[in-house]
Design a protein around this ligand. Structure first.
Ligand code: SF4
Ligand code: SF4
Length: 633
C-alpha cells in the first residue's frame, strides 16, 4: 500500500518532468560521470562547508549502506530467525550498517544543532517545519534499526553479534525473556513502518531530492557555466514553433523542471547571491521554490496555468540577477538558476517588451549602432589614435592573434586605457596582432543576458561571418564577457577559435621572458571578474600579470563577489546598497592602494564606486599595471 501511495503521489511530478521540453543532454560524457562521482557520491560540493557537509554526508552515506537492511527487516518480519542470504551472515556488512546507522544519528544531531542553535541566515524562507519532520523520521528509522538489532543480539538470533558494536552496547537494555521477544517484533515492525511512512511522505517534500538530485547532476551543463543554451529563433518558422524563452511551465525544459524538484532548500545559493546580500528581493533559493510551488499547484489544478512572471515570481526578481554564477557554483545538486532566469527574461523582452526602461538605450544602441554605447562604428578606433595598430582590412592575411577590443574597451574612457596598454604590450612582445576596427560589432553579450536572444543571434552570426571570412584562428579578448561569449557561445553559431583572455596571453609572455615586469611596492588587491574566474576557471593568470604579493579580499577566486555589472545590470538602475559599493568597501578594507581588475565592466563599476565615495583607492586593469611597470611611459 505504501508503494502504491508513493507511486500515486510521485506520478504528477514524474509527468511534469517527462512532458517538459527535451534538453538534448543525457548522453554519458566524462564530465557527467565525474560529476556524478564527485558531487553525488563524494558530496564534494556539500563538503565545501565542512560541518554541514559532514552532517549531510553521514546521512547520505548511511542511507546508501543501510538500503539492503530494508530487505533484511522485511525478511525478518516474515520469520524472525531468517536473514538475508549472503549479506545476513557477512560480518563486514553487519559492522558497516551498525556504524553507519550510528553516523546517521550523529548527522541528525548535527543537523538539529545547525538549525536550532546556529540558525544560519541561509535558511531564511526554507520550510523549516518540514525539514524537522524529515529529520525526526530519519532518526526514527536508524534508532529502530539499532535497537531492533540490539534485541536480536539479546535473544541470540543475530548471526554476527560481535560485528555490531553499537547494537551490542544497546543489547544490555534487554533481557532474554518473552518481553524482549515481543519488543523485537514491535521494533522490526516499527522500523519498517517508519521507512514506508517516509516513502509516502517523500514525493510532496523537498526530500524528493534523494531521487531527483542524481539525475539533475547528470543533466547539468558540461563545460564552463558561462555558456547559455541557445534559444534559436527562426522568424520564418510557423508561429507555433517559435519559442521566446519561458512564459509558462509548458516552456520549461526537463532540466529546468528537474531543478525545481531537486532543491534541498539549503540556502547556500541565497547566502552567496550578491542581489540578496544587498537587500534585493531576488534569492535564487526562493526563486526555485516559488517556481516549484506554482508549477505543482498548476499541475494539481489548484490554480490556472499563467505566465510564471509575475504569478510565481515578480518582475524585479528576474531583473535583479547579475548572472554572476555564485548560486550555480554553490548549489550541491547543480541547479542552473541563470538559465531559467535568462529564459524568463527572454520571454519578457521578446514577447512582452517588458523590461526596466533604463536599459532601452543600451538595447537601441546594440540594435542600431551595434554597440551598447550607441557610438558610430567609425569611433571604434578612437583609442588607437596615437598608437600604431594594424587594422585588419578585407582580404588581408590573418594575424597570429586577433585583438578583440570589445565595446567597453573601444568607447569607455577608462577602459580605453586598458585597451591601449594591451596594444602596447602586444607590440613590445613582438606579437603579430591586428584589430577589426569598425568591422567589430558587439558580441551581443549584454543583449543576450538581458533576454534579447534574437538580437544576440544576429550579432553572433554577423561577427562569426567576419571572423571566419578573415581566417581568424586565435583571438585575445580584453573583456571577460566578450571572452566568455567568443570562447563558449560562438561555437554554437559556427565560430570556433582559440580564445584567450588578455591576462592569459600576457602571463604567457611574462613566463616566456618576452615581457619583463618590475614589481612595484604599492599594496594591490585583485577583484576576480565572474566571467573570467567563476564561469571560466581562470584565477591565476591575472594574479601572475599583477605580480608580487596580492592582498586578497575575503571573498576571492571561486567565491568572489560580483561587481554588479553582469547580466546587463550595468545598464539598469540599482537601489542602495549597491553591489559595486559593497565590493568596493571590501577592497578598501584590505588597506590596498590599488584594486586591480581584468574586465572593463568591473573597472567601470568599481571606479564608479570609488568616485561615489571620494576614495583614493585606485582602480586599474592588470594590463595597465603591467604596462606601467614594463614599458617606457
Ligand atoms: S547568478 Fe548571481 S545574482 Fe543571479 S541569482 Fe545567482 S547568485 Fe544571485
Ligand atoms: S538551489 Fe541549490 S543551493 Fe539553492 S537552496 Fe536549492 S539546493 Fe540549496
Amino acid at each position: 500500500m505504501a508503494v502504491l501511495l508513493f507511486v500515486r503521489r510521485v506520478r504528477p511530478r514524474v509527468a511534469l518532468v517527462a512532458n517538459a521540453r527535451p534538453t538534448g543532454r543525457g548522453a554519458p560524457t566524462p564530465d557527467r560521470v565525474t560529476r556524478e562521482l564527485t558531487h553525488v557520491f563524494l558530496q564534494k560540493k556539500l563538503l565545501q562547508k565542512l560541518g554541514p557537509g559532514l552532517m549531510h554526508a553521514f546521512i547520505f552515506w548511511g542511507f546508501i549502506v543501510l538500503l539492503p537492511t530494508i530487505a533484511e527487516a522485511a525478511v525478518a518480519i516474515v520469520h524472525k530467525d531468517s536473514s538475508l542470504p549472503l549479506l545476513g551472515a557477512a560480518s563486514w556488512f553487519a559492522f558497516a550498517s551498525d556504524v553507519f546507522a550510528a553516523l546517521v544519528v550523529v548527522g541528525v544531531a548535527m543537523a538539529f544543532f545547525i538549525r536550532k542553535v546556529l540558525k544560519p541566515d541561509r535558511f531564511r524562507g526554507s520550510h523549516m517545519g518540514e525539514a524537522d519532520r524529515i529529520l525526526l523520521l530519519i532518526l526514527a528509522i536508524v534508532v529502530t534499526f539499532l535497537v531492533w538489532n540490539a534485541s536480536r543480539i539479546a535473544l541470540g538470533i543475530a548471526e554476527v553479534p560481535d560485528s555490531r558494536p553499537v547494537a551490542n552496547l544497546l543489547s544490555g537494555l534487554f533481557g532474554s525473556g518473552g518481553g524482549t521477544e515481543a519488543a523485537e517484533r514491535v521494533l522490526v515492525w516499527a522500523h519498517l513502518l517508519v521507512i514506508l511512512g517516509f516513502l509516502v511522505f517523500l514525493p510532496g517534500s523537498k526530500h524528493l531530492h534523494i531521487a531527483t538530485a542524481p539525475a539533475n547532476v547528470w543533466l547539468a551543463k558540461d563545460g564552463p557555466t558561462g555558456r547559455l543554451e541557445p534559444n534559436r529563433i527562426d522568424l520564418e518558422a510557423p508561429e507555433e514553433d517559435i519559442r521566446f524563452g519561458v512564459a509558462t511551465q509548458k516552456d520549461l525544459s526537463k532540466k529546468q523542471m528537474l531543478d525545481l524538484f531537486s532543491c534541498t532548500e539549503c540556502g547556500r545559493c541565497q547566502e552567496a547571491c550578491p542581489a540578496w546580500a544587498t537587500g534585493k528581493p531576488l534569492s535564487p533559493k526562493l526563486l526555485i521554490m516559488d517556481l516549484r510551488d506554482r508549477v505543482v499547484a498548476e499541475a494539481a489544478g489548484e490554480v490556472e496555468l499563467q505566465p510564471l512572471v509575475p504569478n510565481a515570481v515578480i518582475d524585479q526578481v528576474v531583473w535583479d540577477c547579475v548572472t554572476c554564477g555564485a548560486c550555480v557554483r554553490e548549489c550541491p545538486v547543480d541547479i542552473e538558476h541563470i538559465d531559467t532566469i535568462v529564459d524568463l527574461r527572454r520571454n519578457l523582452v521578446m514577447a512582452e517588451s517588458r523590461f526596466p526602461q533604463e536599459a532601452s538605450p543600451m538595447l537601441r544602441g546594440v540594435e542600431n549602432q551595434e554597440n551598447p554605447w550607441g557610438q558610430p562604428a567609425s569611433a571604434r578606433l578612437d583609442w588607437a589614435k596615437d598608437l600604431e595598430v594594424r587594422v585588419l582590412q578585407e582580404g588581408d592575411p590573418a594575424p597570429e592573434v586577433l585583438f578583440w577590443v570589445g565595446c567597453a574597451g573601444a568607447f569607455d574612457e577608462r577602459a580605453q586605457k586598458t585597451t591601449q596598454s594591451i596594444a602596447r604590450l602586444l607590440t613590445a612582445a613582438g606579437i603579430d596582432s591586428a584589430v577589426l576596427g569598425p568591422r567589430e560589432k558587439c558580441t551581443g553579450d549584454p543583449a543576450r543576458r538581458m533576454g534579447h536572444e534574437y538580437l544576440f543571434q544576429m550579432l553572433a552570426e554577423q561577427n562569426v561571418e567576419t571572423l571566419n571570412g578573415a581566417g581568424v584562428t586565435k583571438i585575445v579578448a580584453s573583456c571577460a564577457h566578450c571572452f566568455n561569449t567568443l570562447a563558449n557561445e560562438y561555437p554554437d553559431y559556427g565560430g570556433t577559435y582559440e580564445v584567450v583572455h588578455h591576462t592569459q596571453l600576457l602571463s604567457e609572455l611574462i613566463a616566456a621572458g618576452r615581457l619583463q615586469p618590475r614589481t612595484g611596492d604599492g599594496k594591490i588587491t585583485y577583484h576576480d571578474a565572474c566571467y573570467l574566474g567563476r564561469h571560466n576557471g581562470e584565477f591565476d593568470a591575472p594574479r601572475d600579470v599583477i605580480g608580487g604579493d596580492i592582498e586578497e579580499m575575503p571573498r576571492n577566486r571561486e567565491r568572489s563577489f560580483c561587481c554588479g555589472a553582469g547580466g546587463a545590470r550595468m545598464w539598469m538602475e540599482e537601489e542602495s546598497p549597491r553591489i559595486n559599493d559593497t565590493r568596493f568597501e571590501e577592497a578598501v578594507e584590505t588597506g590596498a592602494e590599488t584594486v586591480a581588475t581584468a574586465c572593463p565592466y568591473c573597472l567601470v563599476m568599481l571606479d564608479d564606486a570609488a568616485k561615489g565615495k571620494g576614495s583614493d583607492l585606485r582602480v586599474a586593469d592588470a594590463a595597465t599595471l603591467l604596462a606601467e611597470s614594463t614599458l617606457p611611459s
